[in-house]
Design a protein around this ligand. Sequence first.
Ligand code: COI
Length: 357
Amino acid sequence: MEFQIVPVPAEKLKAKIADQSQLGFGKYFTDRMLVVEWKGGQGWVDARIEPYAPFSLDPASLVFHYAQEIFEGLKAYKWVDGRIALFRPEMNARRFNQSGDRVCLPPIPEELFLKGIEELVSLEREWVPTAEGTSLYIRPAMIAVEPVLGVKPSDHCYFFVIMSPVGAYYAAGFNPVNIMVEDHYVRAVPGGTGEAKTGGNYASSLKAGLEAKKKGYDQVLWLDGRERRFIEEVGAMNMFFAYGSHIVTAPLNGSILSGVTRDSVLKLAPILGYTVEERQIDVNDLMSDIRSGKVTEAFGSGTAAVITPVGKLCYRDEVLQLTGGQVGTVTQKLYDTLTGIQTGKLPDQFGWIRFVA
Ligand code: COI
């Protein structure tokens, strides 16, 4: 499929952010966006890269009422030799369609997803920031735009991609965040939408997040929805716990997100000399293992969050500090290795990089 390129008038081109240390996360957007429409009976039509602008949508559009929506997150990095690298974008394409399947959005050919992103990034290459710890965050999404109030899968959808030059997801940068285990609200239940990247999962996490913030915590760590006992994930990250050089994470049980960074950690850790295990983690055992010093580090993984160390973990009334509130050696090593591959400083031994032409 060819993309129609709609030019951006010169006077509409935005100024780039000069001080890249001020980028933050998701505050600025590039000049262009990709839009492809899907119509029942026709399939994918009208692929275009056009000036970044608000959509004009019917207020009856299904997405506004029943949240038929999915999204992804991936990043582009500018290497010192000027090439632009995407990290494992095929995984995002695959997961996008898995999420879509769960909420009855139409599958998009992986080739179209990848080619669209590559063309958009290529046109916007000047927007890829270069400072340490920065990247161009890519946000593909699909929304249901059929204007009808009956609850049904939409006959008309938009696939679109917007992009934002970003720094660290957390304001503290690569520094420990404090996390509260949530034992009242739940994020997902077996058979629910927990493993789909759909907006509703994030909407339903907001209240718990606000309450945690009031208590001084950056994020909540979700427990399983049935027993409120087993560690699941932090909305923006999968979680890992290091028992010395043994790293443990929750299994993909259907209610947590199958993270691209999670998978990368599981593959990188063994070559760095660590052992990995995916197993159910009982929060009571975890707290006792932190208390006794068996758990030496905790960190989260995610595209936006990269590898984020955890400083404090609170469960009910107990607050435990990890790694003396510092960044642990396992966390640091994984961060350095992952970001080293993404930015071309370390060899890409798994073939994870895809260059943009
Ligand atoms: C990502 O890491 O790309 C995500 O989509 C998480 C989001 C909360 C920023």
